[in-house]
Design a protein around this ligand. Structure first.
Ligand SMILES: C[S@@+](CC[C@H](N)C(=O)[O-])C[C@H]1O[C@@H](n2cnc3c(N)ncnc32)[C@H](O)[C@@H]1O
Length: 361
């Protein structure tokens, strides 16, 4: 099979020639590799470096060329006992080459995912599927050790963000609709799905870091056992009200007709951990800078273009808009979900009033 060598972070990778379109790639590729998803792997490297643990029993469950697992082995200093698994026998050839050219050792398996983790326990389970992680997450519930980390990607973003509400209801049990803050709804729906699957077994999967980028969503969870911890997490799964006519949005514990949810309404990560994550690429830096600011802000954002009247049709500099809100006494932050998006604890009428009155935007 045709192959090329690329470099990601400090790691050399032999991979099939990358796809020519800009999408997330799909199962029609003989062996999957997409350079656009490198930020996904960059963020994993930063995450595990910041976690600073000494050793991990880990499995890259859907490894493809092994890019994700091989980068962790190569770039995160720890005592790794790593399994790289992919059911596609063509993939294991790439995985072995990538271990070899970086001078690394790991176990390579070609099992269907559920067999690769059956009756085993890991400190780290990475689930990076084509499309939805839903077929794999239930198998990871038992296989994740106490204080273990599960990282989950989803590329069925159109389902989670409200383009296909029926599919979202079927797959994730989340009622969605089209909103101006759609990718935030998508990431929070994915988190809620994982938290609820673990909660079924009295396990608390606390989101440590979650974000959207390009064509995927990604979330990392630390798993602990115990009904109290689990109940505390479930209390942060709520409903979002949204009125398209006025733009108003709010969090509500109990559902009512036409509400979005149930979705995660807690923080998008642990602020202290995010603050300790050092970016390994420019794209990751851009994400981390904003995530650190927005992690504990409201579970939805606004877009400047929703306030066209107050802003006289202009999109101001985001820093000016955020300053105006702060000067008026409201919390505010940018959001990685949109370059013209912002978060605040001000209501829609309060935002309108602030923007209308502000002289500096
Ligand atoms: C999106 S790709 C993984 C990409 C990889 N993690 C990376 O960073 O490049 C998904 C992989 O899952 C594998 N796969 C699909 N279904 C599987 C299953 N049931 N068990 C194990 N592997 C599977 C596919 O062969 C494919 O390589």
């Amino acid at each position: 099979m045709e192959e090329v060598e690329v470099r990601e972070g400090a790691t050399r990778l032999v991979v099939p020639p990358p796809p020519t379109d800009s999408g997330p790639g799909n199962s029609s590729m003989p062996v999957f590799f997409n350079p656009v998803m490198s930020v996904n792997r960059d963020m994993s490297v930063s995450f595990f470096r910041a976690l600073k643990r000494d050793s991990y029993d880990a499995i890259d469950l859907l490894a493809g060329t092994g890019a994700g697992g091989v980068r962790l082995l190569n770039e995160v200093k720890a005592d790794w006992d790593m399994v790289l698994n992919d059911v596609n026998p063509l993939a294991s050839g790439f995985i072995r080459r990538n271990l070899e050219i970086n001078g690394l050792e790991a176990t390579v398996t070609e099992l269907p995912a559920h067999k690769a983790i059956a009756d085993k326990r890991f400190d780290v389970i990475d689930i990076d599927p084509f499309g939805t992680p839903v077929p794999y997450v239930p198998f990871a519930v038992n296989a994740t050790r106490h204080r273990g980390i599960i990282s989950v990607s989803a590329t069925d973003t159109a389902v989670l963000c409200g383009t296909y509400p029926e599919a979202s209801w079927r797959r994730y049990g989340v009622r969605t609709e089209k909103t101006p803050f759609k990718h935030e709804i998508g990431v929070r729906g994915l988190i809620a799905y994982v938290v609820r699957r673990f909660a079924e077994r009295d396990r608390a999967a606390e989101p440590c870091l979650a974000f959207a980028d390009e064509h995927f969503y990604r979330a990392f969870f630390q798993v602990e056992s115990g009904s109290k911890r689990t109940d505390a997490l479930l209390a942060k799964i709520n409903f979002i009200g949204y009125v398209p006519e006025t733009g108003e949005r709010w969090v509500q514990e109990q559902p009512a007709t036409e509400m979005i949810g149930p979705i995660w309404t807690g923080p998008l990560g642990r602020k202290s951990l995010i603050a300790n994550m050092r970016p390994v690429s420019e794209n990751a830096e851009r994400l981390l800078d904003v995530l650190a600011e927005e992690a504990d802000m409201s579970p939805f954002h606004y877009n400047a273009d929703e306030f066209g009247k107050a802003l006289h049709g202009r999109i101001p500099k985001m820093s000016d808009l955020l300053r105006a809100l702060r000067l008026a006494g409201y919390r505010s932050s940018p959001t990685h979900f949109s370059p013209t998006g912002f978060k605040t604890d001000a209501t829609v009428p309060e935002i309108e009033e602030t923007l209308t009155k502000s002289k500096n935007i």
